[in-house]
Ligand binder design. Structure first.
Ligand SMILES: Nc1ncnc2c1ncn2[C@@H]1O[C@H](COP(=O)(O)OP(=O)(O)OP(=O)(O)O)[C@@H](O)[C@H]1O
Length: 265
């Protein structure tokens, strides 16, 4: 399998991770990872259970520290990067949580905080318009005033995506956006992501099943035991080995070897 350069664009990368390493309690979870994501790309991070996918995106959004290596976000070293609103993150979680009594509008509104002025506690007309648009984008306008706890799991995932959209991010990072989401909601989510990407948003998603977004994903990154073993287009082989629903988050570890996957730099 031949890996190809992801992009020939000369624009500033959205993410530039160089020789990234992350360990938990001395055990490496990411080893020597190089990943450059350019504006407008749709990149899917694939790999077996425990291969380091979540750790990679969590390191990129600043939730776990790099042990060694460097990370730049929009051309700025991550330690100096302050404009967090430019990055939206949907964590690996199926729902908002059973105990949440807040309405859809309130949960989505909390995603607006990075863009709001600290001295103004109330929502501006712009804030309200952006929140309403984020809710509309995920197709939940009719449920805006309902408690999130009354929504289905798939609808709650859409609320979390709308919350991420409320900060008007340029990069949307999603960890398993389709896990636990029924087929109909997967289709809605995929259409939403396609629309956002068409408007210029860069998408980085961890997934066990490319299914609904296969046509959208033009670049796949495969992790194996914490190493990056493939970076290139979603070929039939990649899809068969790493992008199928059988490698489900809750299934026993699927351990395909990295044979045949050329490391792309
Ligand atoms: N908070 C943590 N503390 C200790 N070890 C961790 C922690 N998070 C992840 N790990 C370990 O790091 C390795 C990579 O985990 P990670 O969750 O990044 O993989 P993954 O590919 O996202 O897995 P999955 O597909 O099961 O979600 C695994 O061995 C995991 O057990």
């Amino acid at each position: 399998m031949t890996a190809v350069p992801a992009s020939t664009s000369t624009e500033q990368p959205v993410v530039a991770l160089r020789s990234g390493r992350v360990s938990y309690d001395g055990h490496p979870a990411l080893i020597d990872i190089d990943l450059v994501v350019r504006p407008g790309e749709v990149v899917a991070v694939l790999g077996a259970n425990g291969s380091g996918k979540s750790t990679l995106v969590r390191a990129i959004v600043g939730l776990v520290p790099l042990e060694t290596g460097s990370l730049e976000l929009f051309g700025t070293p991550s330690a100096q990067f302050r404009d967090r609103a430019r990055i939206g993150f949907v964590p690996q979680r199926h729902t908002v949580g059973g105990g949440v009594t807040a309405t859809v509008e309130e949960v989505v509104g909390s995603g607006r905080l990075p863009r709001r002025r600290l001295w103004r506690p109330w929502l501006s007309a712009t804030d309200r318009a952006v929140i309403a648009e984020a809710i509309a984008t995920v197709g939940l306008s009719e449920k805006a005033h309902q408690p999130v706890s009354t929504l289905s799991g798939g609808q709650q995932r859409r609320v979390l995506i709308a919350r991420a959209l409320a900060s008007q991010p340029e990069l949307l990072v999603m960890d398993e956006p389709f896990a636990g989401v029924d087929h109909a909601n997967q289709e809605i989510l995929a259409a939403t992501l396609g629309k956002l990407n068409a408007e210029g948003m860069t998408l980085l998603l961890v997934t066990h099943e490319l299914g609904p977004v296969t046509s959208l994903v033009r670049r796949t990154v495969v992790l194996h035991h914490g190493g990056l073993v493939y970076d290139g287009p979603p070929t039939r082989e990649v899809l068969d080995r790493f992008g199928a629903a059988d490698a489900h988050p809750h299934s026993p570890p699927h351990e395909p070897g990295p044979e045949g996957f050329g490391l792309s730099r």
